[in-house]
Design a protein around this ligand. Sequence first.
Ligand SMILES: CC(C)(COP(=O)(O)OP(=O)(O)OC[C@H]1O[C@@H](n2cnc3c(N)ncnc32)[C@H](O)[C@@H]1OP(=O)(O)O)[C@@H](O)C(=O)NCCC(=O)NCCS
Length: 204
Amino acid sequence: MSLLLRYMRRRDIKPVVAIDRLCFQPPWSAESYTFEIKQSSVSHMAVLERRAPSAPVMAAGWRGRLRQQLRRARAGTVLGYGGIWRIEGEAHISTLAVHPAWRGCGYGEIVLAGLFGKALRLRADYIVLEVRVGNAAAQALYCKYGFRRVARKRQYYQNNKEDAWDMRVTLDGAARSRYARLLAGLRRRQAFDDGYSRASRPRG
Ligand SMILES: CC(C)(COP(=O)(O)OP(=O)(O)OC[C@H]1O[C@@H](n2cnc3c(N)ncnc32)[C@H](O)[C@@H]1OP(=O)(O)O)[C@@H](O)C(=O)NCCC(=O)NCCS
């Protein structure tokens, strides 16, 4: 399977919102995602996409080839997504999710590694996030990348008054070395192209 991590575009909002509804209570609206990718100057949103396998060109002529290429481009499936807000010294993970059907395959780690790489690229001093105290899977992923629980935010989530952990990792030399080692291991297990962490934010 061919995987691509890239900046989120407007066309991704529909599948992203569909996954959001399966993952979060309350989910973000399509308008929120539109704001993040079109208006916010601090937001860097990513999607992990499965690209359709390239098929041999069958149709004759440039029109036929163009039609086929367009069909192929549309066939990409959003598997997961995430984002950071880059504000002052901070990179704040705004969201991170993988479609329930695709969990446990390393895709959440690819997205987190991309966000981590983006935070380094944007010269953040640290990365911070909030996570439900009952969300063991996400906490394990964050701990793997060196995040530590630094504070408990009481009744942070409005829907059920669940507490949140404030988790942080300082982007010092040790964190960079751990990240490089984990990224190399991840790449040995999963081939993916990263068109996000080193890319500039697309305009418009
Ligand atoms: C958290 C989430 C993104 C993980 O995505 P995923 O693709 O299933 O995770 P991966 O397969 O990439 O696993 C990477 C690491 O996450 C941790 N992890 C993932 N699933 C886990 C589970 N069920 N139990 C414990 N740890 C788990 C492990 O540390 C794992 O590393 P390992 O394989 O070396 O053990 C996914 O569970 C999700 O979308 N959850 C709902 C949304 C959410 O809670 N987002 C976080 C908001 S703060």
